[in-house]
Design a protein around this ligand. Structure first.
Ligand SMILES: NC(=O)c1ccc[n+]([C@@H]2O[C@H](COP(=O)([O-])OP(=O)(O)OC[C@H]3O[C@@H](n4cnc5c(N)ncnc54)[C@H](OP(=O)(O)O)[C@@H]3O)[C@@H](O)[C@H]2O)c1
Length: 272
């Protein structure tokens, strides 16, 4: 049993991870900015990544920090950098000062990989993102790697499942993702994100950046169909065919096997 500080507990990923951490027997503190309905067994700690004093209180005595909090579903680039880079810096400072033995686990994104890569992105690939979200996450990764703490970084793909509505949000986003019938994207179910966090908590991923993805990359057309929307395929040629794809070999080599191998399995099991 560990004392865990979870940031981003009210978000799409955090709200599904939090009850699992509690069920696994951890003493979980959730950093929350306002009133939040947390599952029984979790403790709310009021705080904000922008408020270093609140972070000091939040990290005192923790064994692990699972840092999910981020800001990215917005066009406000300054706010993205503030939350993702400055906020991570504030949190790292607090951990270094008040809980230096704590393990620091941060979620990043597969969007850090270059769109014109020649194959699915690997953790060792040089990345040169320019958009604020992936660029701020990559910069935050560097802070974590150079923090002197015991750390791991989980690069998440498109995460879905358990009625989170994320698949259903795809159709309005097709202009960004493209509709080519052959263009596939890496994805992972919440259940497997939690399983990878479990490995990180156990120390299996210490000092590593790892790509997280299931076994079956999926097209936007299939994602939309699973969300109940039929979209027509584009006649445009396929460009940047490997954008949105991550190579999960390293995580497999470290022992991870997805419980939910594909969105089709999730659909069959009723856990979309
Ligand atoms: N969801 C995906 O498919 C996906 C894919 C790749 C990577 N990721 C990564 O996974 C993590 C979680 O993503 P998500 O989809 O769950 O995000 P989300 O739904 O947007 O949730 C973001 C969370 O961060 C919190 N937060 C934002 N700014 C904060 C601040 N200044 N101080 C404290 N908390 C703050 C939010 O709290 P409030 O409720 O107070 O706003 C919320 O709990 C992120 O690191 C993201 O980069 C997610």
């Amino acid at each position: 049993m560990k004392t865990v500080l979870l940031t981003g507990a009210t978000g799409l990923v955090g709200s599904r991870l939090l009850p699992r951490l509690v069920d696994e027997g951890h003493d979980v503190r959730a950093l929350v900015r306002g009133e939040a309905a947390l599952p029984p067994g979790a403790t709310a700690v009021r705080g904000d990544l922008a408020d270093p004093a609140s972070l000091r209180v939040a990290v005192e005595g923790v064994d692990v920090v699972v840092h999910l909090a981020a800001f990215f579903r917005t066009g406000d680039e300054k706010a993205i950098w503030r939350a993702n880079l400055d906020g991570t810096r504030n949190l790292l400072d607090a951990v270094r000062e008040h809980a230096p033995q704590a393990r620091f686990v941060m979620t990043s994104t597969g969007n850090v990989y270059d769109a014109d890569q020649a194959r699915p992105g690997r953790e060792s690939d040089p990345c040169t993102p320019t958009a604020a979200y992936p660029a701020s996450k990559l910069a935050a990764e560097l802070l974590v790697r150079e923090s002197g703490l015991t750390w791991s970084i989980l690069r998440l793909p498109f995460v879905y499942g358990e009625g989170d509505g994320h698949l259903a949000s795809m159709p309005p986003l097709v202009a960004r993702f493209g509709l080519h019938p052959a263009h596939t994207y890496s994805v992972a179910h919440h259940r497997d994100v939690a399983a990878v966090v479990r490995l990180a908590l156990a120390g299996t991923l210490d000092g590593r950046v790892v790509n997280v993805a299931d076994d079956a990359p999926v097209t936007v057309l299939e994602m939309a169909r699973l969300a109940g929307v039929e979209l027509g395929a584009t006649a445009e040629p396929l460009v940047d065919p490997w954008s949105g794809r991550m190579d999960p070999t390293l995580l497999r080599d470290l022992g991870f096997r997805p419980e939910v191998a594909s969105v089709q399995q999730a659909a069959r099991e009723g856990i979309l």
